[in-house]
Design a protein around this ligand. Structure first.
Ligand code: NAP
Ligand code: MN
Length: 264
């Protein structure tokens, strides 16, 4: 089996990264930076987000597992103390796979040939760089509303505990293949009207954002930021692809939610 270990880059994570690498090499596994079967990340959820984007061209062949050197994470849910147990598991036992849904984002530009497709593990956000964002929101081909406000956040179920949560969105279980649209400070008065509640769309229901004012937009895909004036539309839906996590012991999603936000 081929593996790679990535690190957040701080001293603690780097040391643990080297230890895991040595253990797995001793067990006879092969280090392969280009085509790993398993990607082990050491750091936080941000570290796993980076690794996801590094290997998102071969999601079907790759399993991810995250170790946190800081606070408990949603993707990084193993503690450093468990590392020996984890590497033995990886080396000796066939592991289970759990799959989480992803968000597909297609950004169309005035110049059609520059259209781009992205996959997000957490979310896509759309904001205006000056003034309010004014954007038509189409759902399944029909205009649903004209949004005016700071911006919109379209998240995956596993991303629902990240930015989406700060916007008052619901926490969705990752077994629900869906996307959630949450508003950022919408303007609501006698002239402008938005739904005001987060919306959850099932698979195959496409959300299309068509910005109406000619201002520079700031679009984020997870930790990446794209800035462009010439964006015609941003299309979001549940992706065909999924992320695969290697599962070595049960750690139910609701328990992770409780441990992260409520505490023991
Ligand atoms: P960051 O600024 O270091 O991340 C912000 C925080 O979100 C970190 O504590 C991170 O955990 C945590 N996080 C990431 N994914 C999460 C998830 N699925 N559930 C719960 N918490 C999660 O930047 P980053 O580490 O590169 O992460 C990028 C993410 O930051 C974006 O995808 C977005 O969701 C989030 N963000 C949130 C806000 C907000 O809440 N107002 C604003 C901007 C961005 P770690 O410390 O373990 O990395
Ligand atoms: Mn981070």
């Amino acid at each position: 089996m081929k593996f790679v270990v990535t690190s957040r880059g701080d001293e603690t994570s780097n040391k643990l990264q080297q230890r895991i690498k040595r253990y797995l090499l001793d067990f006879g596994l092969t280090f392969d930076f280009e085509e790993p079967d398993i990607v082990i990340t050491v750091g936080g959820d941000g570290t796993l987000l980076h690794a996801f984007h590094r290997y998102n061209h071969r999601l079907e062949e790759t399993a991810f597992v995250g170790i946190h050197t800081g606070h408990l994470g949603f993707y990084a849910d193993w503690v450093p103390d468990e590392v020996e147990k984890l590497v033995t598991h990886i080396a000796k036992t066939p592991y289970q796979i759990v799959e989480y849904p992803l968000l597909e984002v297609v950004i169309r530009h005035a110049d059609e040939s520059k259209s781009e497709r992205h996959l997000a593990l957490n979310e896509c956000t759309v904001k205006s760089l000056e003034g309010s964002l004014v954007s038509n929101v189409e759902i399944k081909g029909d205009v649903f509303e004209v949004f005016r406000g700071d911006g919109l956040c379209i998240s995956t179920p596993s991303g629902s505990t990240a930015y989406n949560k700060a916007l008052g969105g619901a926490i969705l279980h990752p077994s629900l293949a869906s996307i959630q649209i949450a508003e950022m400070a919408s303007i609501n008065n006698r002239v402008y009207r938005t739904i005001g509640s987060p919306l959850v769309l099932p698979q195959h229901h496409t959300c299309l954002l068509k910005p109406q004012n000619k201002v520079d937009l700031q679009v984020t895909i997870d930790h990446f930021t794209l800035t462009d004036k010439q964006i015609k539309s941003i299309q979001c839906r549940v992706a065909e692809e999924k992320i695969r996590f290697a599962r070595f012991r049960p750690f139910p999603f609701w328990k992770r939610v409780k441990d992260s936000f409520i505490g023991g």
